[in-house]
Design a protein around this ligand. Structure first.
Ligand code: HEM
Length: 447
């Protein structure tokens, strides 16, 4: 048996400010200096941190039955109920089975005009900003664009029930799950033996309620025939009408998709926009390539596989900025991960962000180089050194949809506009996702 490397005592105290303010980069530095499975934390409050793709493969796939999502999912249960993002075992299998068909690529042709319509709407905003010389807050506007598309493709093809308050509510819930807030909760629990001072139960209650109310209204409107359901809701109505699932479960699934599908695409777009503005050489090459194949129009659904420069650019953005920067599991029973002992109930932490910056896996990891992905035209490569969408049985259900949206949005807009971000880097702020510490305020001009 190989011994885990302990990151505790003085070494941990030295890293604590970094872990609280910027956990992704601090863990990257820790992993650069230590190999194997790392045990990070104090005597009773620690997690096992995986650093090698073989360890990831073992936990996410080979012996995934021993590694449910555990506490990280349980924390979100008050808001997400027992939907697919939270459920385990037979419940999860059953839910994945009835939901997966709604994500089939055969529906993308129906989604395509919706995405184009939203991109056109966004383009009007960009044209006005270019003409007036205003700077837009892309951190917010791109998220709004992604949310509108998600709402119209997944739920109902209008956005009457979507407003900015819902987006702010989501932000609040995500932020409450930051490393910093988690540590505050732990400290509070230890000092005052109370659970919920910084917890999901109190501070973010109004945000919970707003998401719950929106999900019920979507469901009830479709149930009564007032709105026409998109495929995802149609599946849920079919399941409830046949008596296979209760209405509460259907509403929980809607909340899970609001949670899993909005900010993920939105934040990836914001990082893509940052890379577009900074990586002029590749952006220009890609712009020429797309313009030659699409002649200034939006890329059609059929032409997407031919836009390899765009796909490589998106993949490289997601290597450096995999927005789901960490995910967790808990050990059901004692086990061994690639020779390292694991005890029942130990908390396992994995980070695509850290893995993607490992120089042994990715030479010159900090260099933006889309050519790393040359020749691989699969939008979601099945490999364990590259995990923006996770892997194994819980691999992201919306991965192809997310990639499709990113390709159409970026492929259309970069033919028309050029973006400039004047700061060196916006900084990293990590909660459940990685976001920009400073707003992405950009100059835009017509090409
Ligand atoms: C660029 C965009 C996206 C990224 C980076 C992303 C990332 C991820 C990751 C890393 C996981 C696995 C987490 C784990 O193993 O614990 C996941 C799961 C999931 N994602 Fe995504 N996601 C994206 C878009 C979407 C979209 C658009 C949807 C739906 C509309 C979606 C729905 C889900 C669901 C339902 C799961 C849970 C799957 C299961 O447990 O069976 N995601 N996502």
């Amino acid at each position: 048996m190989i011994k885990t490397t302990r990151i505790d005592g003085l070494q941990l105290i030295g890293n604590l400010p970094g872990l609280l303010s910027n956990a992704p980069d601090t863990l990257t530095n820790i992993a650069a200096k230590n190999k194997g499975v790392l045990r990070v934390g104090f005597s009773k409050d620690y997690f096992l941190f995986l650093t090698h793709p073989d360890q990831y493969k073992y936990v996410l796939k080979t012996n995934s039955a021993n590694y449910p999502r555990g506490k990280s999912a349980a924390d979100l249960k008050p808001i997400l109920g027992n939907g697919i993002f939270i459920s385990e075992d037979d419940d999860w299998k059953r839910q994945r089975h009835y939901l997966a068909p709604a994500f089939h690529t055969k529906f993308f042709e129906d989604f395509y005009p919706i995405v184009l319509d939203e991109v056109e709407r966004f383009s009007v905003l960009l044209a006005a900003s270019a003409a007036a010389g205003n700077r837009l807050n892309y951190s917010f506007e791109l998220k709004k664009l992604a949310a509108r598309i998600s709402f119209r493709t997944m739920f109902v093809n209008d956005v009457n029930l979507l407003n900015d308050d819902l987006l702010h509510a989501l932000d609040e819930i995500y932020e409450n799950a930051s490393f910093y807030k988690h540590s505050m909760r732990q400290a509070f629990k230890l000092l005052f033996r109370r659970e919920d001072a910084f917890g999901y139960g109190s501070g973010v209650k109004p945000a919970f309620e707003m998401i719950d109310k929106t999900a019920w209204r979507i469901f009830e409107r479709c149930e009564s025939g007032e709105s026409t359901p998109m495929e995802f809701i149609r599946v849920l109505l079919e399941e409830t009408t046949a008596g296979r699932i209760p209405r509460q479960e259907a509403v929980d699934e809607i909340k899970n998709i609001i949670f899993a599908g909005y900010d993920t695409v939105g934040e990836t777009l914001t990082w893509l926009w940052y890379c577009l503005s900074k990586e002029e050489k590749y952006t220009n090459r890609m712009r020429e390539d797309i313009a030659a194949k699409c002649s200034g129009s939006a890329p059609t659904y059929d032409i997407l596989p031919e836009l390899s420069t765009l796909l490589m650019f998106i993949k490289e953005t997601m290597r450096l900025y995999p927005v789901v920067w960490a995910f967790h599991r808990i050990a059901r029973e004692d086990d061994e991960i690639e020779g390292y002992a694991v005890k029942k109930k130990e908390w396992i932490m994995m980070s695509p962000y850290v893995l993607h910056r490992n120089p042994e896996l990715w030479p010159e990891p900090y260099k933006f180089n889309p050519l790393r992905f040359e020749g691989d035209n699969n939008p979601v490569p099945a490999r364990y050194d590259y995990l923006p969408f996770g892997q194994g049985p819980h691999v992201c259900l919306g991965n192809r949809l997310g990639m499709f949206e990113l390709q159409v949005i970026a492929g259309t807009l970069i033919q028309k506009y050029d973006f400039k971000y004047e700061r060196e880097h916006p900084g990293i702020f990590a909660d459940i996702l990685i976001r920009q510490k400073n707003k992405l305020l950009m100059d835009v001009k017509k090409v």
